[in-house]
Design a protein around this ligand. Structure first.
Ligand code: PPS
Length: 308
């Protein structure tokens, strides 16, 4: 019998992968695709360590931005070579990803040599493996306003072959409101993580819009949550390095080395703005959206800005 090809890191493939676009299905009440459920048992049994840091987001809310900030805060000074040699998706593995012939997120996380290990997830809060809670791990949640989040996700689904085909904008817009996109409902995601923060104090809840408004201020808040005190010089360097234009140019942060995305359709670092939804939503869609939003977002302590 033919042996399974050895699993390699995405970044080592060095060629485009031709993967079939997956179908969505209901998984424990959440819309998912098999690339993020195939290693479910292993993921659920993952042994977190007390100093692991989980960065959690609904897709396209600022995961990569938050990941790079964390990586720089912990390792920017001690291992500068990381920044120029290891893509961000290998430095901060994606816990639940499982693509045949590629090293799974779980295997990558388990073999991370760093302390702390910084691990990314898009799971809704109820899917997070229990050891993270038992170990009282620090978690950084980044949330982005629904309208820009939807637009960013639409363009991502157009260019990423491990995502289902998004179809046309109007149908995508309705599927977003119905919570029928991969990783489920944006509304449930942001609300349930927000609720969890009330009982689990080791969650730092950040907003993409705040990061755009004042990246330095948000890095300061993050540092006080993490108990870090970088020098002013180090902080300035990090703040500069994670500005959109710099990340877009940075091959180790802009996903240009990943084999499943087609940047000719849309780049990963697309616009990086608050308010791009205005270029996509029609007036009628905006009214329909706002009406529905009020019904779904009952917790008025959770407020998003759709412009700044
Ligand atoms: S993913 O695939 O879920 O991990 O994507 P994620 O990183 O969460 O989100 C990608 C969007 O974040 C934007 N981005 C940034 N915006 C501003 N500043 C910085 N530094 C930055 N880095 C990434 C990226 O451009 C995507 O948003 P859109 O609106 O599509 O441009």
């Amino acid at each position: 019998t033919a042996e399974e090809p050895a699993a390699v890191r995405m970044s080592d493939l060095g060629m485009k992968m031709d993967l079939p676009r997956p179908e969505m299905f209901d998984f424990h009440g959440v819309t998912m695709v098999h690339y993020f459920t195939d290693s479910w048992d292993k993921v659920q049994n993952f042994q977190a360590r007390p100093d692991d840091i989980l960065i959690a987001t609904y897709p396209k809310a600022g995961t990569t931005w938050g990941s790079l900030i964390l990586d720089l805060l912990y390792f920017g000074k001690t291992s500068p070579e990381r920044q120029t040699s290891i893509p961000i998706y290998d430095r901060v593995p994606f816990l639940e990803i499982y693509i045949p012939s590629v090293k799974s997120g779980i295997d990558q996380a388990e073999s991370l040599p760093t302390t702390p290990r910084i691990i990314k997830t898009h799971f809704p809060v109820q899917f997070v493996p229990k050891s993270f809670w038992e170990q009282n791990c620090k978690m950084v949640y980044v949330a982005r306003n629904a309208k820009d989040n939807m637009v960013s996700y639409f363009h991502f689904d157009r260019m990423n072959m491990v995502q289902p085909d998004p179809g046309d904008w109007n149908s995508y817009f309705h599927r977003f409101m119905e919570g029928k996109l991969v990783f489920g409902s944006w509304y449930d995601h942001v609300n349930n993580w927000w609720k969890k923060k009330q009982t689990y104090s080791n969650i730092h809840y950040m907003f993409y819009e705040d990061m755009i408004e004042d990246t330095g201020r948000e890095i300061d808040k993050l540092c006080s949550f993490l108990g870090l005190s970088p020098s002013a010089e180090e902080k300035n360097q990090i703040t500069g390095g994670v500005q959109f234009d710099n990340m877009k140019k940075n091959k180790m942060a802009n996903y240009s080395t990943i084999p499943v995305m087609d940047f000719k359709i849309s780049p990963f670092m697309r616009k990086g703005k608050v308010g791009d939804w205005k270029n996509h939503f029609t007036v009628a869609q905006n009214e329909e959206f706002d009406e529905d939003y009020k019904k779904k977002m009952k917790d008025l302590t959770l407020q998003f800005r759709t412009e700044i």
